[in-house]
Design a protein around this ligand. Structure first.
Ligand SMILES: *Cc1c(COP(=O)(O)O)cnc(C)c1O
Length: 232
């Protein structure tokens, strides 16, 4: 628990410093704790420090934790690859999905969203540098896809998400994040006022400063909150 408090204080101090440089407000940035592979006990400890948003990558693993932690007030975000046959479980159990990479997936999520729940918050995953091995809409496809997704009834299209290739310098890290921001500005010009995108999900443990400088509103941090993952 002590190490968690130290780690979260360190993250908060990084966010605080870059927020000042960027002339931004701390409350406009959500720290999403990426909890894949972490136990419910560990997640509960992080939740007790005041973090409310948690990100999961694997449906089955996530459902077990969501059920075990029902007593906590947590917003669950799905951030992993989406198979068509998992959309119902995702749509019924999460508040947000960051990794929508096909219109077909968005349609299924909308059809399967229970009507007694709030609309499902959606980010379109963008393959911002057109990397051949990465999933996501290409920047060129994104605007047309956004127009289809905003029309779906049980979703709320909130913004864009990207996982750029790792770079060492902050200058190099900023380039793809700036591209994502400009893409969002351009999509917003084709949307009605009530539909404008307000979310940029970008930045992880190693590049959160660059992301915040480029107007990230959700940073997704795993390692620097929970410690290294033991990759099975
Ligand atoms: C695992 C993961 C993260 C967190 O990465 P860290 O380097 O551990 O901070 C963020 N986003 C996505 C989509 C992930 O899969």
């Amino acid at each position: 628990m002590d190490d968690l408090i130290t780690k979260i204080a360190a993250i908060e101090s990084r966010i605080g410093a870059v927020t000042v440089t960027a002339k931004r407000t701390r409350k406009d940035i959500t720290l999403l704790a990426v909890s894949k592979t972490r136990s419910p006990q560990r997640i509960q400890q992080v939740a007790e420090t005041g973090i409310k948003s948690f990100g999961e990558n694997y449906v089955q693993e996530a459902l077990e934790k969501i059920s075990a932690l029902q007593h906590l007030d947590i917003d669950w975000h799905f951030i992993g690859p989406i198979q068509s046959n998992k959309t119902r479980q995702i749509s019924e159990n999460f508040a947000w999905v960051h990794s929508v990479d096909r219109v077909k997936i968005a349609k299924r999520l909308s059809e399967q969203r229970p009507l007694n729940m709030e609309p499902l918050n959606i980010c379109m995953q963008i393959n911002i540098d057109n990397e051949p091995t990465k999933s996501g809409f290409s920047p060129e496809q994104a605007a047309a896809a956004a127009l289809e997704i905003v029309a779906l009834p049980n979703l709320k299209l909130r913004g864009l998400m990207a996982i750029p290739a790792a770079q060492v310098s902050i200058e190099a890290q900023r380039i793809p994040f700036a591209k994502l921001r400009l893409l969002q500005d351009s999509i917003n010009r084709s949307l009605d006022n009530s539909e404008k995108l307000d979310t940029l999900s970008m930045g992880m443990s190693a590049d959160l400063e660059a992301a915040i400088l480029e107007q990230a509103t959700i940073i997704r941090v795993g390692t620097d909150i929970f410690g290294p993952r033991d990759n099975k």
